[in-house]
Design a binder for this molecule. Structure first.
Ligand SMILES: [Zn+2]
Length: 322
């Protein structure tokens, strides 16, 4: 146990980025796929939803790119763009102050924080989204991240619009200390209230998803999906190997490993994601209709016989399986 508190060089701190050394570069005319090593024409990769056409490797995306790919064109209405990061601890590390770091990241990325929230549609179906941006301080969960997410969840609970969270993160924002850790409890409590309101939360885990985000709201959703090959965990594999001194199994902490061990519900590739989400939204809308007798504007025959939903071949009349 003493080893855990030993300050020697036994346990080297490892950042999430170190876990996958060959990070893909999406700038330039050509790029190398970090998975299959193929040299790819950047425009071809871009046209293929930033997925390698040779091996299906899913390149990382910024939050804005994800929103563009996910939602119907022009449907996104952003929420809470004016929530600003406070610096409650007046935190300073050897590389400078937290306030300066946030300011620099803001002007570099053009984003105000590491989480973008709002509402839009997927094939005409309304959906609230909360998308983490790994390019903004590793999408670390600070008090603004937590507050924006909580507000989005509260909106969903009030309006009954399902919420999709897209989760990539390095974990808690250490510059905010305990205020950052508090966001784990705050967001999980908000999602618990969303559950009580019987409004679904769909979580999509994308590469890389670590730390306090994985350990809180991202893995307590009604449906947990992941992109192929996404690295998911609390601490990174190398940190765990250093501490446990054990060799970890192949593919440890990949989405595929998580699926095999029952930690997530499904893996969805980028090309079919919108379709899968639209199907899920239809399932939930029909369940809600049965519950509350509400009509579903984008399913014209919702009040008559409809598509089979329960897999047993039964037709539905007025929401009741025959
Ligand atoms: Zn490839």
């Amino acid at each position: 146990m003493r080893q855990f508190f030993h300050r020697g060089d036994k346990f080297q701190p490892v950042s999430v980025d170190d876990e996958r050394l060959n990070q893909p570069q999406l700038d330039g005319l050509w790029q190398k796929c970090p998975n299959c090593d193929e040299t790819l024409y950047s425009r071809e990769v871009e046209h293929n939803l930033n997925v390698c056409p040779k091996c299906d490797y899913h390149f990382r995306l910024g939050a804005r790119e994800r929103i563009t790919l996910l939602l119907d064109e022009g449907s996104f209405d952003e929420w809470d763009t004016d929530v600003r990061t406070a610096d409650p601890l007046e935190f300073i590390d050897p590389s400078g102050s937290y306030a300066t770091k946030v300011e620099k990241t803001r002007s570099k990325t053009g984003e105000s924080e590491s989480l973008i929230t709002g509402i839009g549609t997927i094939e005409g179906r309304p959906i609230a989204v909360a998308v983490a941006d790994f390019g903004f301080m590793g999408a670390s969960m600070g008090s603004v991240f937590g507050e924006k997410l909580t507000r989005a969840v509260e909106q969903s609970a009030q309006t009954g619009v399902p919420l999709l969270s897209v989760n990539a993160s390095g974990g808690a924002r250490m510059h905010e200390g305990l205020f950052s850790l508090m966001q784990m409890a705050k967001t999980v409590a908000a999602f618990a209230r969303l559950g009580e309101a019987r409004v679904p939360h769909i979580s999509l885990l994308v590469d890389p998803c670590y730390g306090g985000v994985t350990a809180s709201y991202a893995t307590v959703a009604d449906i947990i999906m992941a992109e192929p090959g996404a690295l998911i965990g609390f601490a990174g594999p190398r940190v765990i190997e250093q501490i446990t001194k054990q060799k970890l199994p192949d593919g440890f902490q990949t989405a595929e490993f998580f699926l095999d061990h029952g930690m997530i519900d499904l893996i969805v590739d980028r090309a079919t994601l919108r379709r899968r989400l639209a199907d899920l939204l239809d399932h939930y809308a029909r369940a809600r209709q049965v519950d509350r007798g509400e009509s579903i504007p984008w399913i014209p025959n919702a009040n008559g016989s409809g598509r089979e939903l329960n897999g047993n071949g039964a037709e539905r009349q007025n929401g009741v399986a025959q």
